[in-house]
Design a binder for this molecule. Sequence first.
Ligand code: FMN
Length: 245
Amino acid sequence: MVLYFTGTGNSRFIARKLGDLLGDSIYSIGDDLRNGRTGHFTQESTLVFVVPTYMSRMPPKVEKYIQDSDFLGCGCAYFVFSAAQAVGNAEKYCKRLCDKKNLIYMGTAAVKSPANYVVMYDVLPKSKAEQEMERSIPAMEKLADQMRHHSMIKLDDSFGGHKPFSVLAPAILKMASAKDFHVSDACISCGSCERVCPLGNVSLQNGKPVWGAKCTHCMGCISVCPPKAIDYGKKTQDRNRYYLP
Ligand SMILES: Cc1cc2nc3c(=O)[nH]c(=O)nc-3n(C[C@H](O)[C@H](O)[C@H](O)COP(=O)(O)O)c2cc1C
């Protein structure tokens, strides 16, 4: 089973591709988190977790979800990070998770993906983001091949930077807040922002999005909005957005 969490679609793209190549089902961790559920998995011989990289680590909410979920009779676990640049020491924490959950650790790898943190920097327009994701398909094929042969996977050295962030990530991301998100009159009340939020933190009130207190800065709401009606403070006004469906 391939389990994924996504903000802007990159990890879902990778999960779908790996699912296709492995002939395995895919499972959305976001659907569980949105509904306040943990996971209950039984007798899965191989679990593949596909996650975005947040400050050189798995998103803390996903790490907690894995910690709180049951994996009765499950066997091996692979971790695939959708990463724009670096995953630091992320693998150390994946190994630790496996020890806690009695899963056999089969390694961590990263797949080069378009950067999505639009509140921090400009991102690619959608067509270029799609092209960048597609350029990484050979890397996904290689991973699927290794998984099919039950081989360990390994992080490419080029993704090893930013190690100090890994330890700081949970504290920094605890400060992530939705309070600077706002919506303009261009909003068409389509509800896309509400639908894509993997934490169920956005709801439409009088046809306009309102943000709650559970934001993890996944960038789903701001990126999916068709008329670009959502901004974060003033920083994002002139920046691109992309969301991979
Ligand atoms: C809060 C946040 C922190 C991020 N930190 C990193 C990072 O440390 N290293 C990295 O390579 N990419 C980082 N990124 C970029 C995303 O990991 C990357 O774009 C990923 O492909 C997004 O996947 P998704 O579309 O499935 O959410 C960060 C993005 C966000 C929103």
